[in-house]
Design a protein around this ligand. Structure first.
Ligand SMILES: Cc1cc2nc3c(=O)[nH]c(=O)nc-3n(C[C@H](O)[C@H](O)[C@H](O)COP(=O)(O)O)c2cc1C
Length: 343
């Protein structure tokens, strides 16, 4: 049996591997096979284009979420504060990495506590849903939310990742009923999220019936967690097994389409391989309310807090131009913009 890696050690490995190795899925999001119908006659003043919206009851300046990533180490604290400060300055939302490390070792709580840098943002706490099968319940979920003063809790579904980790928690049996119990007792909304292999229409339906308030599809086409685990293991057989999943998952464009079609009203986040304002715009035109990115913001945060502000600014500017060039004065109108398959 492999030695159990402490949660913080694993987090540090994850950051390092994501920054230094090629962890891209062999699949693409599918967004690259779509193009917007250009309008030569937008009938809009560029400066009147509005990117603001309300999501889960909070106002955002733009439909952008910094995906759940990190916490638990000194380096993670630096990254979280850089991400949070930039989110505050830009009026976008942010997710924290899994709070399990802080629940197990309260001295690590400060590495997740970003309200000092971001008092006003939509802030999402995060825990692995599978922990509900390993001793966690509504009480731990509430503690995670309170610890960081979050507005909502993301429960991430990472079955394949856990299965590929030597120390992984891979008992996912009976989880839905436990998610339902958490949704019923938590005072904040619960968001169900994958980590890069996508959520199907059927899964989304079951999650929403269980009381989940929003879905983040986190589809395939970007960061691949089987590739991350492949780089992390020192066992050649485990590495071979992980490598077999490099082209696994529901591509992001397909996951968004499926979930929106099945659940026309559910607050929906597009993520997994989104890399630009155009990608976010396509996600919205496919039916999402927000677009989220992890890898690109991580690399910016590793550079400097200013680089994160710059990265958000670049994404929002590009989104605004896409809205202009499709004649979309606001996000509701972008939702109706025509996407056509590239021939
Ligand atoms: C360093 C790092 C750590 C992550 N940790 C978490 C986590 O704790 N919880 C979670 O739900 N997702 C986590 N993710 C997954 C991302 O939120 C996201 O779903 C995934 O990376 C796909 O998005 P991307 O292609 O934009 O990177 C992590 C991603 C990165 C890069």
């Amino acid at each position: 049996m492999a030695e159990v890696a402490p949660v913080s050690r694993r987090k540090a490995d994850h950051i390092q591997i994501n920054l230094e190795k090629d962890v891209a899925s062999a699949l693409t999001t599918g967004l690259e096979r779509l193009r917007f119908d250009h309008t030569a006659l937008p009938e809009l003043d560029l400066y009147a284009v509005r990117t603001d919206l309300t999501f889960l009851g909070r106002r955002l300046a733009a439909p952008v979420l910094i995906s759940s990533m990190t916490g638990g180490t000194a380096e993670a604290e630096r990254l979280n504060l850089a991400l949070a400060g930039a989110a505050q300055e830009s009026g976008v939302a942010m997710g924290l990495g899994s709070l399990r490390a802080a629940l197990e070792d309260p001295s690590l709580a400060s590495t997740f506590q970003v309200r000092r840098a971001a008092p006003d943002i939509l802030l999402l706490a995060n825990l692995g849903a599978v922990q509900l099968n390993y001793g966690y319940g509504a009480e731990e979920c509430r503690r995670a939310v309170d610890l960081v003063e979050a507005d909502a809790l993301v429960l991430h579904l990472n079955a394949l990742q856990e299965a590929l980790q030597p120390e992984g928690d891979s008992n996912f049996a009976g989880l839905l009923a436990k998610i339902e119990a958490v949704c019923a007792s938590l005072p904040v909304p619960v968001i169900a999220k994958e980590v890069g292999w996508g959520i199907s229409a059927d899964d989304a339906r079951r999650l929403v019936q269980a009381g989940v308030a929003a879905i983040d599809v986190a589809g395939a086409g970007g960061t691949s967690w089987s590739q991350v685990e492949m780089h992390r293991t020192t066992d050649p057989e485990a590495a071979r097994l992980a490598a077999a999943f490099v082209n696994w998952g529901i591509p992001t464009a397909e996951a968004i389409r499926q979930v929106r079609h099945a659940l026309p009203e559910i607050p929906l986040i597009a993520s997994g391989g989104l890399r630009s304002g155009t990608d976010i715009a396509k996600g919205i035109a496919l039916g999402a309310d927000l677009g989220a990115m992890a890898g690109p913001f991580l690399r910016a945060a590793a550079e400097s807090p200013e680089a994160v502000v710059g990265a958000i600014h670049a994404v929002v500017n590009e989104l605004r131009l896409v809205m202009f060039a499709t004649g979309s004065g606001d996000l509701a109108s972008l939702r109706r913009a025509r996407l056509v398959p590239l021939s």
